[in-house]
Design a protein around this ligand. Structure first.
Ligand code: ADP
Ligand code: MG
Length: 725
């Protein structure tokens, strides 16, 4: 018996599947398909209904049909221009015969021979010599009577997202036999009670019906089951991670109301109600002896930094340290400046640590900035002398150590958190050197973002309890006038810009990533050089032809941090009037004097991202404008851009983005490693709520999932691909 081939299971690598050669293994891997399970879970995105086989005598011009017959003759020929190979055939059944033609598929005559019985599905066209079945899907029939094994024709046929040279035809050819050999062998991971209560298809039925459905209704039922399954797994993973985090310790910081009042008094403005509410939620969290994990979400300019600083001050005054990480050097320096001025009367040591190119590190003590060496700064940080260390990714290097014991790191603030990877975030909080899981206290984590996450997703990742929203802008801000500009009105807009500059204002011009439109992305496109080239050209054109009298500068992703910093500082100090930039401008720099945000190729950006750009202006008492340039006549584009005009609410816009453009384009969604397929399920908020509730109930009854071994095992694999804090 030992000689029997090892049985495959769901985790068997694709290399061991007989029909998949090396070339296809590579293609599959590009799509992230590594195991049998991955293939079986590679679902069609639509279906073609060829289930109605009709007699040849009944076919009609311009209609789709499926016929069953015998090949009378088949042969290749070339078109008279010799450019195209035509395969012509005649197929007949009891009721009649029809001509069939395929274009450029010369290999067909090797598989299909006269006397073969075939099932053909496609469209009937009218040619010079009568009706044709044109380029049909084909399938040889071995058993004419029963036709049970049809997979490409004669049934509802799955159509898969066709990427990387994997055709639907090939996928069907691989998936069908896999389904056969896994018949009754795929474990059901959803508990029986839930299957019954939610009236879900069983795994056995669903996996067949999603690939080879007996009816469209059953296909939909199967899809519903898998949406449920995926969301259910995510919800379980999140809730379990949360349970684990709740077991961890953190330093409890008693709320010091007097201190907060004293600090708030130093502001030249009043906090908005939303800022007050968020501050309160954060300070409440800090009082608990377990780590906070809170997302502070608010539109650009809503004043998140000040809220974070109130929390930071509480931590520092209780004797602990704060780490404040931003995604770019420009931003880190901007924060350093703001923190320095806000904390100047509070006797606080502030450190700034940025990228490797920076030789000097500054330390601020009561208003004077002292430049000290990096080693000195690291030493002071490790002694607990630096109260708040601000910086870029440089903060997560191993050599950055915070103070020991009672003077150690108690709060991590992450600005623009969507710009950081999961590992980076974890490194600052969970995986710090020298911490022992479950014993050493973890720092509290406050993440900030202006990239609105759709509500369904936010609820899942953070839950109701850990999301603070700043949903109002400080008073007195003028509404930004947003307009879509058709090509004919370019000149007028440029004139308007000249007038604004004359009044002393400044202008942003954003240039999108340029894509060639080919499916193969070129190396330059991946590395961003195409984008840089486009911006350079535009910069030249604008400087020479449009604004010869204005001072322009340019910013793009290929510049060193130093160069970028120089350009930004120059713009901030009004050395230039117009800043032409790629999307690198996105994150939170503050230039109150800028009043126009002009976006070229606006259709190429997501709504949430456009909204972010728009937030760069309107930061002062001056009326500000956002102009969206687009050459695209597509209706969808205008529908989307209109949404931007009618809404100033980033949340709403993210929601619309998800609906109109789909999850693939939802910026920031991939940071959790959630595949597009699952993201699709997030469109359905009631399903999200239901799975969440179901997962909660299950965990209340069996927190360790002892009675559900298959589910537990699946969850473990799942956790390896999906990252949740
Ligand atoms: P963001 O939420 O985009 O990070 P910032 O924290 O950079 O916003 O705040 C934008 C600007 O608004 C800053 O100059 C800040 O000092 C100011 N600001 C913050 N809160 C208020 C407020 N309640 N009223 C007026 N201005 C405020
Ligand atoms: Mg900010």
């Amino acid at each position: 018996m030992k000689t029997m081939a090892m049985a495959m299971d769901l985790s068997t690598p694709i290399e061991q599947i007989a029909r998949i050669g090396v070339v296809f293994q590579k293609k599959l891997k590009k799509l992230g398909i590594k195991t049998v399970r991955d293939i079986l879970y590679h679902f069609p995105h639509r279906y073609e209904d060829f289930s109605n086989i009709i007699p040849i005598s009944k076919v009609k011009a311009n209609e789709n049909c499926c016929i069953l017959g015998e090949i009378l003759e088949i042969k290749d020929s070339r078109t008279w221009k010799r450019k195209m190979i035509l395969t012509k055939a005649v197929v007949q059944d009891k009721t009649g015969a029809i001509k069939v033609v395929w274009f450029n598929q010369p290999y067909l005559t090797k598989t299909l021979k006269p006397k073969d019985n075939v099932c053909l599905a496609g469209k009937i066209t009218i040619g010079d010599d009568g009706l044709h079945l044109s380029n049909p899907a084909y399938e040889k029939i071995t058993n004419y009577k029963t036709q049970t094994n049809l997979i490409h024709t004669g049934r509802i046929v799955p159509v898969y997202p066709e990427t990387e040279g994997l055709s639907s035809r090939w996928l069907r050819y691989i998936i069908k036999p896999l389904l056969m050999s896994f018949k009754n062998r795929i474990p059901e991971i959803i508990p029986k009670e839930i299957i019954q209560k939610e009236k879900l298809l069983s795994i056995e039925k669903a996996i067949w019906q999603i690939h080879f459905p007996d009816s469209i209704t059953l296909a939909e039922k199967a899809q519903k089951r898998f949406s449920f399954e995926e969301l259910f797994l995510i919800e379980l993973a999140v809730l379990r991670a949360r349970m684990k985090l709740n077991k961890e310790k953190a330093i409890a910081i008693p709320m010091d109301i007097e201190l907060v009042k004293k600090f708030v008094k130093t502001f030249s403005f009043k906090l908005t109600d939303a800022q007050k509410k968020s501050t309160w939620q954060i300070l409440k969290d800090l009082e608990k002896p377990r780590p906070m994990n809170r997302l502070l979400e608010g539109d650009v300019g809503s004043g998140k930094t000040i809220v974070a600083l109130i929390a930071g001050l509480e931590i520092i005054k209780a004797g602990y340290q704060v780490a404040f990480m931003a995604p770019t050097e420009i931003l880190a320096k901007q924060h350093f400046k703001e923190v320095s001025s806000r904390f100047k009367d509070f006797n606080i040591n502030i450190g700034l640590l940025t990228g490797k190119e920076d030789k000097f590190i500054s330390k601020k003590l009561k208003e004077e900035t002292i430049e000290i060496s990096r080693n000195k700064l690291l030493e002071k940080t490790s002694m607990g002398e630096i109260n708040i260390l601000i910086g870029t990714h440089a903060l997560i290097q191993d050599k950055v150590k915070f103070g020991p014991g009672p003077s150690g790191l108690a709060l991590v603030i992450l600005d623009e958190q969507h710009r950081f990877g999961v590992e980076q975030r974890a490194k600052l909080t969970r995986d710090r050197k020298g911490t022992v899981e479950g014993q050493s206290p973890l720092p509290h984590l406050l993440s900030m973002t202006a990239t609105p996450i759709p509500r369904s997703l936010a609820l899942t990742i953070y839950g109701d309890l850990d999301l603070s929203l700043i949903d109002e802008l400080p008073k007195g801000r003028k509404k930004i006038i947003t307009k879509v500009i058709p090509p004919a009105e370019r000149e007028k807009t440029y004139d308007f810009i000249k007038k604004e500059v004359k009044k002393g204002r400044q202008i942003f011009i954003i240039y999108p990533r340029i894509e060639s439109g080919k499916t193969e992305i070129t190396k330059d496109e991946i590395s961003g050089w195409t984008e840089v080239k486009a911006v350079k050209e535009e910069y030249e054109r604008l400087s020479k032809e449009i604004f010869p009298k204005l001072k322009l500068s340019m910013l793009h992703g290929k510049m060193t941090p130093k160069e970028k910093e120089r350009i930004m500082q120059g713009f901030k100090n009004k050395k230039t009037d117009v800043l032409v930039s790629t999307s690198v401008i996105e994150v939170g720099i503050d230039i109150p004097n800028a009043t126009v945000m002009l976006i070229e190729g606006a259709e190429r950006f997501g709504l949430a991202q456009l909204h972010q750009f728009r937030g760069r202006v309107g930061r002062s008492k001056y009326q500000s404008y956002c102009f969206l340039f687009t050459d695209s006549p597509a209706k969808k584009t205008h529908q989307r851009l209109k949404a931007l005009i009618s809404s100033e609410n980033g949340f709403e816009l993210a929601e619309k983005d998800l609906k109109i453009r789909g999850p693939g384009n939802f910026s920031g969604a991939r940071q959790w490693g959630i595949p597009d397929l699952i993201m699709n399920s997030f469109k359905d908020i009631s399903l999200v709520e239901k799975t969440r509730q179901t997962a909660k109930e299950l965990l209340e009854q069996d927190p360790e999932l002892k009675n559900y071994p298959f589910l537990l095992e699946r969850l473990k694999q799942f956790r390896e691909t999906i990252h949740l804090e």
